[in-house]
Design a protein around this ligand. Structure first.
Ligand code: GTA
Length: 321
């Protein structure tokens, strides 16, 4: 990347200074976390270095997600020079240490969902996962409602946060790009899983302005202009803002999504993003719709199903009826 581009990207990424002041980085002494009373651990993932905790904040249910953030290249020399090292073991040329970093280099990304509904709690609870297939029912709208109401209704969420973004009631200063066209337009902004501190784990979402398209299942060739617009304008915006070229981006949507308002994930190819088992690449979706407008209306689609989804039961009920 050229030096001027590097500077532009560095400006776009969040710095520690920004974290200590301003709108999004306000130091918060009265956050829900200060009142959090632990109930139980929902999920604990050593590889992803995150933990999902259920608890109460002033009598309301809450979920707190703690995640160790990646080590940033621009803080490496400070990290090595200003940390204390405690020797753990030494053997031949090998030695391991506990590195105690200064406070500003050892932050933990914290996500709070409060008040959390039963669905929020259930979503983050560790469960056995099986591969399942969505049922093909000849009438597309029946198929859609069958899946949504019998399988995912209890795991799909209110999308108020999506409407807040589209109506500029939340995350306004985080918007990276917007195309306001009511049919093919969208808003591109950082996913809340990305702390925007390094490009290796770049993660943005494109939320469409249209409110009548809920998921992959609704897409037909009528939506090709929307999909190609998102691909080309999304790629351009990310290249402009972050210097990441399209060949280093992964663009996809989830089936089944957690939130039923059409949106796309743009992640760095270097990032091992969660949800890969339910991802459908945008380029494949475009090609499939070009070949067959009803592809996603009639196909049976595989998706991961959690042990307590109740889908198997519902399916059996439906078969019996
Ligand atoms: N900018 O308010 C928001 C917001 N919310 C509520 C969700 N998202 C938001 N983005 C902004 N502001 O990528 C993002 C989500 C997700 C996308 C919805 O919208 O981060 P989806 O409908 O396809 O749902 O996408 P998906 O991907 O299945 O659900 P989600 O929440 O991403 O969960 C997938 C897995 O990611 C989980 O099983 C869990 O392992 C992991 N995960 C969830 N939340 C976090 C977190 N905060 N930190 C780390 N890992 C997480």
């Amino acid at each position: 990347m050229a030096e001027s581009e590097n500077k532009k990207v560095a400006k776009r990424l969040k710095t520690d200074a920004e974290d200590d002041c301003g709108d999004t980085g306000e130091l918060s002494s009265d956050s829900p976390v200060s009142y959090f009373e632990f109930t139980r651990i929902l999920r604990d993932c050593a590889r992803e270095k995150n933990i999902f905790i259920h608890g109460k904040v002033k009598d309301q249910d809450a979920v707190v997600i703690l995640e160790k953030t990646p080590i940033r290249q621009n803080t490496l020399s400070e990290l090595l020079k200003s940390s204390q090292l405690k020797l753990e073991m030494k053997n031949d040329v090998y030695s391991t240490y506990q590195l105690q970093a200064p406070a500003h280099l050892s932050e933990v990304k914290t996500t709070v969902v409060c008040p959390a509904t039963e669905k929020h709690v259930k979503k983050d609870l560790h469960q056995e996962v099986f591969l399942s297939f969505s049922v093909i029912v000849p009438v597309p709208c029946v198929s859609f409602s069958y899946e949504v109401h019998n399988c995912t209704a209890h795991l799909s969420f209110w999308i108020q946060w999506v409407h807040n973004i589209l109506e500029k009631k939340a995350e306004v200063d985080r918007i990276v790009f917007e195309n306001p066209d009511p049919d093919t337009g969208f808003v591109l902004l950082p996913d809340f899983k990305w702390d925007q501190k390094q490009l290796q784990d770049l993660y943005l979402i494109a939320i469409v302005h249209r409110r009548d398209v809920k998921s992959l299942r609704d897409l037909t060739s009528e939506h090709l202009p929307l999909l190609t617009n998102i691909r080309s304008k999304g790629e351009d915006a990310i290249q402009r803002q972050y210097g990441v070229p399209p060949r280093k981006l992964c663009m996809y949507l989830h089936y089944q999504p957690s939130y039923y308002h059409l949106h796309f994930h743009f992640t760095s190819l270097e990032y091992d993003a969660p949800g890969v088992e339910s991802a459908h690449l945008l380029s494949d979706v475009i090609q499939n719709l070009q070949a067959d407008s009803s592809y996603y209306r009639i196909r049976s689609l595989a998706f991961p199903l959690r042990a307590d989804d109740g889908f198997q039961g519902s399916k059996r009920e439906a078969e019996k009826a």
